[in-house]
Design a protein around this ligand. Sequence first.
Ligand SMILES: *Cc1c(COP(=O)(O)O)cnc(C)c1O
Length: 431
Amino acid sequence: MLEEGRTALGFTPDEDEVAWFNDLNRRRTSGPRSPQNRTFDGTAGEATLAVHSGTYEDPITGSVGTPIFQTSTFHLDETSYRAFSIGATRDVPIYTRYGNPSQWSVQEKIAALEAAESALVTSSGMSAIAATVYALTNNGSHIITAYDVYGGTYNLMREDMPSAGREVTFVDATNTAEIVGAMRPETQLIFIEGLTNPLLKAPPLREIARIARQNNALLVVDNTLLSPVNMRPLALGADLVVHSATKYLNGHSDLTAGCVVGSRKFLDRVWAQTLRFGGSLEPLSCFLLERGIKTLPLRMRAQNANANGIAAFLGQHEQVKHVHHPSLANYPYGQLENEVHSGYGGMVSFEVHGGDKAALKLMQHLKIPYTATSLGGVESLVSMPANTSHSSLTEIQRAAIGIHPGLIRYSAGIEDLTDLIDDLRQSLDAL
Ligand SMILES: *Cc1c(COP(=O)(O)O)cnc(C)c1O
């Protein structure tokens, strides 16, 4: 009985074996998934996909949600042995580091939201990024990235890549002339963020994708700050998308996870890399992440609106020196407006008069947001780059990259906008 059920998984061994060996492209187009994973055609909207796509419909119990497949290993049978013999072990549950139906369900949901063939979930954003960068580059190759990428990514590029034989050039990714100038014959990868933190800079993705294609390099975009609700980099020409799913995708500040999204061809390579690095996502976390993503479109709409409202309020306040937000008239990266769907996410950063001392005081007076790093949860969070993410730089070095004294990072949650603004007003007035 077990054997019968499992033969229905992804492929029928005998026929597929022959077809696979005869297929010059040797490429599966989507998944991995089982017949129990709910799929939709291209007409379903993002809210429908967020709720339903990928759900494992259990044929025995009729459970409405995906069960938690809390197991490290699976019965071996003819289907699994065939999978080993033809190298298709990503498509059959064999061992949870290789794959697990809890992973498949949430992967299918993420792939649907990014309109991609395949996705891979990992134990953190950094595990997704490290596996992707290693999988897509070789010893002797060259990588172009931005000097202001997420700190963990920066350290990976600065410390680990050179010792692994990859040279890295750091550029201002909003300046495409710098990217073109950094290109070499051996450049294999451009790695950038769709919207940066904390200054919300936006590199012109369509143009950078064109530069990458012209030079036979791959473009990977970290889409953490915008989420697929606001931007789909694959549609703009990126080859792969990575996320810290710890942030908006999960949305409840209660787990760490990461994901990689794109074509099955590239995802199989990244998957093979994670087999060696480890960093697969544990089944219970898959369940939590899948549940979190069901409300992603609802949450993003609220967070987009809250950040727009906060930016507009701060822009008018006399204690505020400068506000960084794409909704404001002084925002320098105009092309972003044509690359996003519905907004810019929940992040706003701003400088107060009086420098870091005044910023600290402001944070102490805020009653609603917690002072904490991270972003993308339902609760608003505030922090200062000067004493957290950028504390290892001197004040002069910080100023050189645009982080001036008094800069606060406000990650808006889904609370009532009037409450968040009243709270900001009372703490600004107290300065
Ligand atoms: C948080 C974050 C990461 C790292 O993700 P973890 O889940 O903490 O490993 C990578 N990129 C960006 C843009 C982030 O905000």
